[in-house]
Design a protein around this ligand. Structure first.
Ligand SMILES: Cc1cc2nc3c(=O)[nH]c(=O)nc-3n(C[C@H](O)[C@H](O)[C@H](O)COP(=O)(O)OP(=O)(O)OC[C@H]3O[C@@H](n4cnc5c(N)ncnc54)[C@H](O)[C@@H]3O)c2cc1C
Length: 341
């Protein structure tokens, strides 16, 4: 059968040592470490290498690199992993997994099935968006979902943060270091955020609260110049001049593939131990999809490297138990494995 990306196999019968789902910073760092440890390594990425940073204009907080662009760093991360022998397949969205047993199965939307001894899930998270006019067009040009990443670009300019939870307050306070004014725009007049954060924000001269209000659209041609606001109680609308707008209305971690295998916390993130192990033998999780205090390129890379090391140790252990012949036989096991899921 020919798949949408030109591959002609409906089933790849070779057994990978480490199969990584997601080609963002966590997945590509894991690939680099796994391949460098001489493991047969495959990355399946549904869209493009780099994940969330692929569309980020400037990155200036990755240690050792003073300034780069998201697309450039994305390509470097992929090429680095490939340099050590990792295979990276772009345009392959994983739709189904069977993770129990010594040889695991992974199926993609294009109809291909892969067999692997270990899996690293590095599917990241997607910021919840406002879904208003101007947001998509100005993403990376003043619309941001990451104050730690982009705050320093807004020195002495007015910015707004949309949201009322801990993340919105944390990031708004962080932005007061740089911006001239930080407007916190929230649809209600009370907050989900912890009282200590709210008190700290209220005590900060640079913070201004705009409550009972939503953003109807974001203005700007090449960069954000303002936002059209609507008061939900009075219906009054007005344009607020801004240099940047930060959206903190939650993230959607991409955990759906693993939901039946691992523990998911109340916010939807996967909980793992310090080795990135999930409790499901041979299955590891890295990057923004896991519960962690900071979600950045450097932490995603760190997670990926730890997950690869853990997979490497697991493979050593497995080698004592599983002969190459038995692995091949298990890899060819029933084509209809996914029907039982
Ligand atoms: C606008 C923006 C700017 C940022 N700027 C910075 C910055 O300057 N510095 C910094 O340190 N951090 C920055 N961050 C945060 C940083 O990008 C993330 O912390 C980091 O990308 C997380 O890496 P990850 O690999 O865990 O996940 P992601 O980057 O989310 O990558 C996950 C990948 O998995 C793929 N995937 C998901 N599901 C599947 C599937 N089923 N099959 C195959 N592939 C799948 C996705 O397509 C994606 O490519 C920024 C984030 C945003 C949104």
């Amino acid at each position: 059968m020919e798949s949408s990306n030109g591959h002609t196999d409906s089933g790849d019968t070779s057994v990978w040592d480490v199969l990584i789902i997601g080609g963002g910073p966590a997945g590509l760092a894991a690939a680099l470490y796994a391949a460098r440890a001489m493991r047969k390594t495959l990355v399946l990425e549904k869209v493009m290498p780099g994940g969330q940073i692929a569309t980020t204009s400037e990155v200036e907080d990755y240690p050792g690199i003073l300034m780069t662009t998201g697309p450039e760093l994305s390509m470097q991360l992929m090429e680095h992993a490939q340099h050590f022998g990792a295979q990276v397949e772009i345009g392959e969205q994983v739709t189904k997994v069977k993770l129990d047993g010594k040889v695991k199965k992974v199926k993609t939307e294009s109809g291909r099935t892969f067999s692997t001894r270990s899996v690293i899930l590095a599917t990241g998270a997607e910021p919840r968006t406002l879904g208003v006019p101007g947001e998509d067009k100005l993403r990376g040009y003043g619309v941001s979902y990451c104050a730690v990443c982009d705050g320093p670009f807004f020195r002495d300019r007015p910015v707004a943060v949309v949201g009322g939870g801990d993340a919105a307050f944390d990031e708004a306070l962080y932005l007061t270091k740089y911006a001239s004014t930080v407007y916190l725009i929230h649809r209600r007049d009370e907050f989900r955020a912890q009282k200590v954060l709210v008190d700290r924000a209220r005590a900060n001269d640079k913070m201004q609260f705009i409550l009972d209000t939503v953003v109807d659209s974001i203005s700007g041609d090449k960069a954000v110049t303002g936002a059209m606001l609507r008061n939900l109680k009075t219906g009054e609308t007005r344009e607020l001049p801004l240099g940047g707008l930060f959206v903190y209305i939650g993230n959607i971690p991409s955990t759906n593939l693993l939901e039946q295998y691992v523990e998911i916390d109340d916010s939807g993130y996967i909980e793992v131990d310090a080795t990135m192990a999930t409790g499901c033998p041979g299955v590891y999780v890295a990057g923004d999809v896991r519960k962690s205090p900071l979600k950045q390129i450097v932490t995603a890379g760190s997670d990926g490297s730890i997950a690869a090391l853990s997979a490497d140790k697991y493979l050593d252990y497995l080698a004592e138990e599983l002969s190459p012949e038995e692995a091949e036989r298990l890899a060819e096991a029933p084509e209809n494995w996914e029907e039982s899921y």
